[in-house]
Design a protein around this ligand. Structure first.
Ligand code: AMP
Ligand code: MG
Length: 499
């Protein structure tokens, strides 16, 4: 029996969708970590992945029968400028598998050597970037957001030349697919209508099968994608997540978060926050993410025009009407999510204003995004004039964070509002504890883990962080260090793509 039961569909598309290419072997593959639950979901034995044979496959030194490695081609708008030729420059899709949940998954190596789309790049990845993606993408998953995932990371025993020489690594990434807005843009720019039609059908069948029979497949796809992205980005906003590089080649039709380059979760709330060292104009700042998503969806609509309607005016009208629904859908998704974070069944009249005031106060007083909401969850069990949280003192974050005095009038109004809900205090608190994580991948902890691995070959901090983040909603004071905001000297101000 094959170690991985590949069942590939993308390679059945015409050859102009990809290039067949083998990974470039590395000097000395070494195991770093295998994601056991994900391996099991994919029907792959975790112990095999950890064996020398599995490690060789994860490094690109061996190929499993049934694997048909390809680099896929795409284009994209990078920081607003169109680049007609991108593609997997340092990644190879090994193939697809059907998971135990019935879902089709891509298994991709990232950092596996040059491809026809490398554009002068080395096709490799430094260890730090691989570990960052492992930590943050798996955290996104446990936080409940759609995301690409990390099946495993291995070291290569080789150095990669960046500003300095860094140890190399390969990430094995899993996604429901790697088809991007930029994949559509690539074929649209070449007026390849046949390819667009094939791609629409492929994506609908894979990700939105219930819409596959719709009279207008391209319109159905556009509408589903708008809905998926509205939901995704609303949830980013309410976790304080900043993607950092929302180019159209980094937005997946599956609605999963992809590309954990310069991303970061903010500590203190700041709408203008930017971490990416290359985002000089703040195009992808926290507060801009919804508008940029809207812009990217317009780029998808534009690419779909030739297959939306044979008459161009009618195609434009359909595209425009669909794209115009984004702000409303985003507001709805954001509102529903925000209500849960505040312990409300839904946002009623005046609730958005109450929430806006909270954000205003958080920004003014530079409050930690994650702990402010988590502390509100602690306090959701109290009534005005009451005597403390319903949870045992040890499980609250009181020792790490207290609502400062200037917020007390707001707190009293919020508690009054809670008292008007039909739910019990215990029910509200349970919802809030499940909507407000206590552990996020804090930048200073991520940096610390990357530094230890890269500079000392010490993977203990990386493993400890991944382990803690596997249960982001359950507080345990023994893990207080992982929930504590950075001290001033620990604050990370910039992140680097690290490509
Ligand atoms: P990203 O910034 O990860 O979205 O990548 C943008 C484009 O640059 C994609 O086509 C990547 O495949 C390509 N790329 C990034 N890093 C490398 C590298 N080290 N070697 C070759 N291509 C790369
Ligand atoms: Mg990318």
């Amino acid at each position: 029996m094959a170690a991985i039961a590949f069942d590939n569909s993308y390679t059945r598309l015409p050859e102009r969708f990809f290039s067949r290419r083998q990974p470039t072997p590395v000097a000395d593959p070494g195991p770093v970590r295998v994601n056991h639950p994900l391996a099991t979901l994919l029907g792959i034995a975790p112990q095999w992945l950890e064996s020398p044979e599995g490690t060789a496959v994860l490094a690109g030194n061996a190929i499993v029968p049934g694997s048909e490695p390809i680099a896929t081609v795409y284009a994209g708008h990078q920081f607003g400028s169109y680049n007609p030729q991108l593609g997997d420059g340092r990644a190879l899709l090994l193939g697809e598998v059907i998971g135990a949940d019935g879902t089709r998954y891509d298994i991709q190596l990232k950092g596996s050597g040059p491809t026809p789309y490398s554009r002068g790049g080395d096709g490799r990845a430094p260890l730090g970037a691989v570990l960052r993606e492992y930590i943050v993408s798996e955290a996104m998953h446990t936080l409940g957001l759609p995301t690409t995932r990390a099946l495993a990371a291995v070291t290569t025993g080789e150095q990669v030349a960046r500003e300095s020489f860094l140890p190399g690594a390969v990430l094995c990434r899993v996604a429901r697919s790697h088809i991007r807005i930029g994949t559509f843009q690539f074929f649209a720019a070449r007026q390849d209508t046949e390819a667009l039609e094939l791609l629409v059908a492929h994506v609908l069948e894979r990700h939105y099968p219930d819409a596959a029979g719709d009279g207008n497949p391209a319109l159905a796809l556009l509408q589903r994608m708008i809905n998926a992205q509205a939901s995704l980005v609303a949830r980013w906003q309410l976790l304080g997540f900043i993607h950092g590089v929302m180019n159209t080649d980094n937005m997946l039709l599956s609605g999963e978060t992809i590309d954990y380059g310069p991303c970061a979760f903010m500590d203190a709330f700041n709408r203008d926050q930017v971490y990416s060292s290359i985002d000089h104009a703040g195009r992808y700042a926290y507060g801009n993410q919804p508008a940029i998503t809207h812009w990217n969806l317009a780029a998808l609509a534009q690419a779909l025009l030739p297959v939306l309607h044979p008459d161009q005016d009618q195609a434009v009208a359909l595209a425009q009407a669909a794209v115009d629904t984004f702000p409303g859908q985003f507001a709805r998704e954001h509102g529903q999510c925000l209500a849960r974070k505040l312990g409300l069944a839904e946002l009623a009249d005046g609730d958005q204003a109450l929430a806006d005031e909270l954000f205003q106060l958080m920004e003014e007083h530079q409050l930690d995004f994650t702990l402010t909401f988590r502390r509100l969850a602690d306090l959701a069990g109290t009534t005005p004039g009451g005597d403390g949280a319903t949870q045992g003192a040890g499980t609250t974050v009181e020792a790490l964070f207290e609502i400062p005095d200037p917020l007390l009038p707001w707190l009293a109004r919020w508690q009054q509002r809670l008292a008007a809900e039909q739910t019990t205090a215990g029910e509200r608190q349970a919802v809030m504890y499940s909507a407000n994580p206590v552990f996020i991948p804090r930048n200073h902890l991520v940096e610390e883990a990357l530094r230890a691995a890269t500079e000392q070959g010490d993977f203990e901090p990386f493993n400890a962080l991944v382990d803690v983040l596997s249960q982001p909603f359950t507080y345990n004071p023994e893990r207080a260090r992982f929930a504590t905001p950075p001290r001033p000297e620990q604050v990370v101000r910039q992140t680097f793509c690290g490509t």
